[in-house]
Design a protein around this ligand. Structure first.
Ligand SMILES: [Mn+2]
Length: 252
């Protein structure tokens, strides 16, 4: 079984060509399960604000493979379960299967106190209801203002985003009994091996990006940080664990 985990496309209808470039890139990687691990959209002001390219993109994802999972990022947490279901995509708070845990990753950035305080506020049901009750045009104006300041402050650059904190990673993996953790959000693509556990971090995207491919076979589990573009899929780093053994070995 092959799982593909990607995140942080930061799709914005003002750059429609990126939607199609990413569709071409994902098409290069056939899989049984596709996990969209958050910040797929740069902003989501409510399902009524969906654009034609958003729809085309979600239609592609829903049809790309049998099982498609969407995990909210900090930028697209207002996309609803019912809306995603209409594209054949299921919304999950996180994904856990075969001791492989997938999350967006912002919950690991525990030292980013300002962000965590902001997150607590905007995830309150009352805050969400108040926001969604505003007219669409007003919500779009708020999103446009956020996009403008985000561009000016280059808020999507890795340096502007807190990194995952080791204690948060260890605590979560122990708590969820996971031996592989896959996440995005930090825009710091890499594979980290520590204490017998593997942590794979996806990248943000321009017209291409780095996803994680997990191949589960009876004899072994393979986790590959893979560059995906319209030209094809290229493995950057790969780790393998033989079934029945605890340790991971670097393959490439
Ligand atoms: Mn994020």
């Amino acid at each position: 079984m092959r799982r593909l985990i990607v995140s942080d496309f930061h799709l914005d209808p003002s750059e429609p060509e990126r939607y199609f470039a990413i569709i071409d890139a994902l098409s290069q990687c056939k899989c049984d399960q596709l996990i969209l691990a958050g910040d797929i959209f740069e902003a989501w002001v409510g399902d009524d604000g969906v654009t034609d390219v958003d729809r085309q993109f979600l239609e592609f994802c829903g049809q790309h493979c049998d099982d498609v999972v969407f995990i909210h990022g900090n930028r697209d947490f207002l996309i609803s379960d019912g809306f995603l279901t209409s594209f054949g995509i299921r919304l999950e708070a996180q994904y856990l299967g075969d001791a492989i845990l997938v999350i967006h990753g912002d919950e690991l950035c525990t030292l980013d106190h300002a962000y965590q305080a902001f997150k607590r506020e905007v995830r309150q049901p009352e805050w969400i209801q108040t926001f969604l009750n505003k007219p669409l045009i007003e919500r779009q104006a708020i999103a446009e203002e956020l996009r403008r300041t985000s561009r000016e402050t280059q808020a999507n650059r890795a340096e502007a985003i807190g990194d995952a904190v080791d204690e948060a990673v260890d605590g979560l993996m122990e708590n969820q009994r996971a031996s592989v953790l896959i996440h995005g959000h930090t825009h710091r693509p890499a594979m980290h091996y520590a204490k017998g556990n593997l942590r794979a971090v996806t990248s943000d995207w321009t017209h291409s990006g780095l996803g994680v491919v997990v191949d589960s076979m009876p004899s072994k589990l393979t986790v590959s940080l893979t560059h995906l573009s319209a030209q094809g899929a290229l493995i950057k780093e790969q780790w393998v664990r033989q079934t029945g053994t605890p340790e991971w070995n670097r393959n490439s």
